[in-house]
Design a protein around this ligand. Sequence first.
Ligand SMILES: Cc1cc2nc3c(=O)[nH]c(=O)nc-3n(C[C@H](O)[C@H](O)[C@H](O)COP(=O)(O)O)c2cc1C
Length: 201
Amino acid sequence: MSELLFVNACVRGERSRTLALARHFLSAYEKRHPEVRVTERNLMEDRMEPQYPEVLNRRDALWSAGKLDDPSFDAAWQFAKADRIVIAAPFWDLSYPAILKIYLERISVCDITFGYDADGNSVGLSRAEKLLLITTRGGNFSLPETAWMESGARHLKALCAMYGIPDFELLCAEGLDDVRNDKEAILARARCEAEALSARF
Ligand SMILES: Cc1cc2nc3c(=O)[nH]c(=O)nc-3n(C[C@H](O)[C@H](O)[C@H](O)COP(=O)(O)O)c2cc1C
């Protein structure tokens, strides 16, 4: 059975517009792809520790001893083995919440999600063919004058290259906190995009 990993970084939980959009996408996706098993990883429940010195020292020691089967690497193996990955995270401070960064640091493990070949070239080791970021933003960061500030989707796209995931997709509803905009119309458009994307993702 094919596996879709859903990484939930929507800090506001059930009040989150990003999570509502992600649930809309996943429900359309599951209807179209009943053969795919969806597994959710809820980062608010995981409460992973940042890489404080002692956390990193332990990880380095395990890695050097070749103990990549230690439970502390489970999240990295889960990511590496998924066939499809969907990350839902609101746009915070021009990128995404710190809990997602902590998760990404945890899953970025040499010889699990990425590695190096005999010539020293970086090689991606993750199985997924596609990763989708679902986000909502208060402002508009797709405009020619603001796009350069956007650092969330851009970072995840670059990480996909490192992990060996060839296809990065973005589903985004933006301008939601701008009083000049019709929020409901923006979200309705994003839900339509989610349905279309569920067919080709
Ligand atoms: C801590 C925090 C930081 C935010 N930073 C930004 C920002 O840098 N740019 C922006 O356009 N919106 C920002 N916003 C607004 C959110 O992106 C927007 O309200 C989004 O829809 C929230 O998603 P949610 O409903 O899933 O939590 C921020 C919101 C919060 C709570």
